[in-house]
Design a protein around this ligand. Structure first.
Ligand code: ARG
Length: 548
C-alpha cells in the first residue's frame, strides 16, 4: 500500500505529466503537504502561477484523500488530508504485520562494509562509529526487504604481522595466551624494536615473506593473534548489541591470493602502468595515482580493496555496495570506485557508495582524548556513558548521538547532554516509548486492551491527535528514504518529532481520564505511536525498554 504522500504525488503527476514536487508542509497553517509546481509550470505554459494552481486543482480530483485544496501566496497548492483518511491509515498501520515497514520494489543484494577494526590494535572511535552506523543501515535495508551481506573487512594482513610474529618469537611468549590489550602492548614493543634494531627489522621483513608464502609456524602465530583480536571485537559487538558475527568476517587476508591476479588483469587491460618500479593507475583529474603494487613488490590497502570489490560483485552478486568508513578515506574510495569501474568489476548498474562520517570531538572541540590524554577507545567511551546511567540507556545515548547528526559532521562527545531524558537524545525516545507503554499497561489492567488487528479508526478531533496521526502516516516514507539515501539522522529526526508530538498529545488529550469512544480512540493512537517508536528504535539498533 503506497503511503498517503505517494498516493497524492502519483495522482498529481498522472494528471500533470510532471513531478508535482510534493513536500511535507513547512508550517502547520500550510496544511500537510504542499506543491510549488504551479510556479514553474505556469510560466512554462504561459499562465500566471496562481491561475495555473487553480487549473491543477480543478483538473485533479483529490477529494477522496484531501479537504478542498488551498492556493496560497504566488501559487502554492496546500493540501490537507481528511481526518477519516488519516484515521484509517493509523488503523492500517496497526494491523500491518510488518509494522508499517515499506517493502522495496527492487530487492537487491546489498553488501555493507562496516566496523573493520584492525588486529592487535584497539578499536578506535572510527571503528565504533562505523559499527553503529553500519548496523543501523543493515537493519534499515533488511527491514525494507533487501538481502544484506555484511562484510567485516578487518585489518588482519600486512607487513606489521612480520614484526608482531618476530617479536613473539623473540620474547618466547605463547601467542594463544594474549588478550586484545596485551597484543596492543606487544604491537608497541614490536614497533620500538623494529625502529631500534636493524637486525630485528631484517628478520621482521623476512617473516612477512614467510607469512605470505604460507609457512606453517608463522601462520599459526598469526592466526593466534587474529583469534585473540576477534574475541575482543566480539566482546565489543556484544556490548554494543550489534548484529555482526564471525560469519560476517571477511578480512584483508582472504584476498591475498587474488592480488597478483588483480594486478595482472589491470596491467593487461592497460589500466595500470609501471611507475618507478611500482604498478599504479592514474585516475583522471587526480594528482596522486592509486598504487596497485608497491615498488618492493608488496600489495597494500588499495589492491586488497580492488580484489574485495571484484569478489563482492562477481562472486557474491552484490547489486549495491556500501562502505561505512571515516571521511579521511574519501579519496581512497573515489579512486577505488573509478578504477573498479574502468576494470569492469563494478558495472554501471551497481552503485558504490562511501558513507563517510566525521570525527568525535572532546568538549574542547579537539579530537577526543581520555582524561589521561590517550586516544579514546570504544570501551572508554561506553564506560563514560555508563558512569552516568544504566547500560541500556547509556548505549542508547551513545548510538543516538552517533546517528542523529548528519554523518559527515564532526560531533562533540558530551555525555551529560547525551544521557539526558529531555531534548533530542536516545534516552528521550526510550522514555517516550516507555511512557506510552505505561499508559497502555494501565488501560489493559482496567480491561481496555488494544487489539492491533481489529483496532478502530481513531477519531481525530484535537489538533494534537491529528498531528500524531499525520506523523504516523509518514513512518514508511521516512524509512524508505533512509534505505535510499543512507542518512540515519532522518529517521532520528522523525522519531524525535513523533516523541514530541506524543508528549503534546498527552498534555492536550487525556487518555486514561477519557471515556467511551474517545478513550478507545486515544489508546489506539498511543499504541500505534508506541509500536512505531519501538520499530524505529530497533532500526537504529537501540533497545526500547518497556519501563524506565
Ligand atoms: N581497517 C580500516 C581502518 O580501521 C577500515 C577498513 C574499511 N574498509 C575497507 N574496505 N577499506 O581504518
Amino acid at each position: 500500500m503506497p503511503s498517503l504522500a505517494a498516493q497524492l504525488g502519483q495522482r498529481l503527476s498522472d494528471a500533470l505529466g510532471v513531478d508535482p514536487e510534493l513536500r511535507p508542509a513547512t508550517k502547520p497553517q500550510f496544511g500537510h503537504y504542499q506543491s510549488n509546481v504551479a510556479l514553474r509550470l505556469g510560466p512554462e505554459r504561459g499562465v500566471a502561477p496562481r491561475q495555473m494552481a487553480q487549473l491543477i486543482i480543478d483538473q485533479v480530483d483529490l477529494s477522496d484523500l484531501c479537504q478542498p485544496p488551498d492556493i496560497a501566496g504566488p501559487g502554492f497548492i496546500n493540501l490537507r488530508l481528511r481526518d477519516d483518511v488519516l484515521a484509517s491509515q493509523v488503523r492500517r498501520l496497526l494491523a500491518d504485520p510488518r509494522g508499517g515497514l515499506p517493502q522495496t520494489e527492487q530487492p537487491l543484494k546489498v553488501v555493507i562494509d562496516y566496523s573493520a577494526p584492525n588486529v592487535a590494535k584497539p578499536m578506535h572511535v572510527g571503528n565504533l562509529r562505523s559499527t553503529i552506523i553500519g548496523d543501523c543501515l543493515a537493519r534499515v535495508l533488511r527491514g525494507v526487504g533487501h538481502q544484506v551481506v555484511a562484510q567485516n573487512h578487518i585489518g588482519d594482513w600486512g607487513t606489521q604481522f612480520g614484526m608482531l610474529v618476530e617479536q613473539i618469537l623473540d620474547e618466547g611468549i605463547d601467542a594463544t595466551g594474549l588478550t586484545l590489550d596485551s597484543s596492543v602492548e606487544l604491537y608497541k614493543r614490536a614497533q620500538a624494536h623494529f625502529r631500534a634494531d636493524d637486525d630485528f627489522a631484517d628478520r621482521a621483513r623476512r617473516r612477512v615473506v614467510a607469512l605470505q608464502s604460507g609457512d606453517g609456524a608463522t601462520r599459526a602465530i598469526w592466526q593466534a593473534l587474529i583469534d585473540v583480536s576477534k574475541a575482543g571485537f566480539n566482546r565489543a559487538y556484544r556490548r554494543l548489541g550489534v548484529l555482526l558475527t564471525d560469519a560476517d568476517l571477511a578480512g584483508e587476508s582472504i584476498y591475498n591470493d587474488a592480488l597478483a591476479g588483480v594486478a595482472a588483469d589491470l596491467e593487461r587491460a592497460g589500466i595500470a602502468v609501471p611507475d618507478a618500479g611500482a604498478l599504479v593507475v592514474f585516475v583522471e583529474g587526480d594528482q596522486t595515482p592509486l598504487i596497485v603494487r608497491k615498488s618492493d613488490g608488496g600489495y597494500g590497502y588499495a589492491a586488497t580493496d580492488l580484489a574485495a570489490i571484484r569478489h563482492r560483485v562477481c562472486d557474491l552478486g552484490a547489486g549495491r555496495l556500501i562502505y561505512v568508513v571515516g571521511a579521511p578515506q574519501a579519496h581512497h574510495f573515489q579512486q577505488l570506485f573509478a578504477v573498479a569501474r574502468r576494470a569492469g568489476w563494478l558495472p554501471p548498474a551497481v552503485p558504490a557508495e562511501h558513507v563517510a562520517f566525521g570525527s568525535v570531538l572532546g568538549p574542547d572541540g579537539k579530537m577526543f582524548k581520555t582524561r589521561d590524554g590517550r586516544a579514546v577507545t570504544l570501551d572508554s567511551l561506553l564506560d563514560a556513558a555508563e558512569e552516568q546511567t544504566a547500560p541500556a540507556i547509556a548505549m542508547a545515548a551513545v548510538k543516538y548521538a552517533d546517528l542523529s547528526n548528519s554523518l559527515h559532521k564532526d560531533y562533540v562527545f558530551d555525555v551529560d547532554r547525551m544521557v539526558a531524558t529531555t531534548g533530542d537524545t536516545g534516552p528521550y525516545l526510550q522514555y517516550a516509548h516507555a511512557r506510552a507503554n505505561q499508559i497502555l499497561r494501565r488501560a489493559a489492567a482496567e480491561g481496555d486492551l488494544v487489539d492491533d488487528a481489529q483496532a478502530l479508526a481513531p477519531e481525530l478531533s484535537e489538533p494534537a491527535e491529528r498531528t500524531l496521526a499525520l506523523l504516523l502516516s509518514r513512518f514508511g516514507d521516512t524509512v524508505a528514504e533512509v534505505a535510499d539515501q543512507l542518512q540515519p539522522h532522518r529517521l532520528c529526526g522523525y522519531l524525535y518529532d513523533l516523541a514530541t508530538a506524543l508528549s503534546a498529545f498527552y498534555e492536550q488529550c487525556p487518555v486514561l481520564k477519557a471515556s467511551g469512544r474517545t478513550r478507545a480512540s486515544r489508546l489506539v493512537l498511543c499504541r500505534a505511536t508506541q509500536k512505531v517508536l519501538a520499530q524505529g528504535l530497533d532500526l537504529l539498533g537501540i533497545v526500547a525498554p518497556e519501563r524506565m
